[in-house]
Write a protein of this length. Sequence first.
Length: 382
Amino acid sequence: MPSPENPSAATEPAPTPAFGRTWRHDLAAPPPDLYGRPHADRFMRFLTRFGDAYAPAMGAPLLRRSPRRPPSRGRAPLVLAVTGHREIAEEVAELRLADPAGAALPAWQPGAHLRLTLPSGRERHYSLCGDPADRHEYRIAVRRIDGGGGGSLEVHRELHPGVRLTVRRPRNGFVFCAEPAVLLLAGGIGITPLLPMAREAARRGLDWHLVHAGRSAASMPYTAELLALDPARITLLAEGVPTGDQLLAKAAPGAAVYCCGPTPMLAAVQQALDASPAAALHFERFGAAPVRDGAPFTVRLADSGEELPVPADRSALDVLREARPGTPYSCHQGFCGTCQVRVVAGTPEHRDRRLTAGERAAGALLPCVSRAAAGETLVLEV
């Protein structure tokens, strides 16, 4: 959705090859804390740190971790082996991953994703689409994007059974809250995080419906698996570009909508939400969100002195990657930290939701989302 390289619901442009993760509730910006206040909740931060420090010693978790908080830095990543690789739809490969020694895997919940380090060193996020009850195998699905950043091509061509990968433990930025009535909207490969949600909704006996849109029936993965849950609760849209009204037509009064798909699909759903019976919208985005309230500024590379103009409507990361194609990246949304650089001089505008105040003060910057004021020059160590 993770990442995760993905198509649009009806056409296949070359989107940013990452699975970005954002959350919206009633079309508002994601709240910094539990209560939507503009600053982080210091008391809740203290409680979380207290629980992280003392729960292991007590032998049981005293406090539940926020699903949006990065995992503890002391937790080692997993080394998993590819146990299965098969094509499940046009240009879509399914991978199965397991511990080489057969040990049980860390638990996860619907909406969670994995961060894979590919053999090339690229890092990519992919949503888990298997059964959370299966602790011996993870399942992901990746659509091939020929004009992307190379991650999906590497998955399709090189990740065959026997290959071992370093994998970060499951994280969840798209939490399924299991409201009494839910509508699940998937565009193309966006079905991956929603399939476990549909399975969980069916298990709990919720009032649910899932709509899956794609450019063709052959390009839409997991159709048979969805219909096996309950064909009366599944709508497949394989022709044309659906409107927001069409996508929300199955929303029950007061339903929570979970949407994963390309930007045009999300925009259509947002625009149609107020006129629908639905009450809330949670979504996961393919790639980077459009730059808003941006101003042109300049990035200067500390090692060479080269100056790179950053337009108001583009990210510093995009500009950096044009100059230095090997610049690492993954989510394009300011949550994974893969693209982190150091500010040597200049005053940045931090727009990420990952770096701490201390990290920012030490010069850390995530150029995928963070910027600078008009006319400012940021000197960066890349």
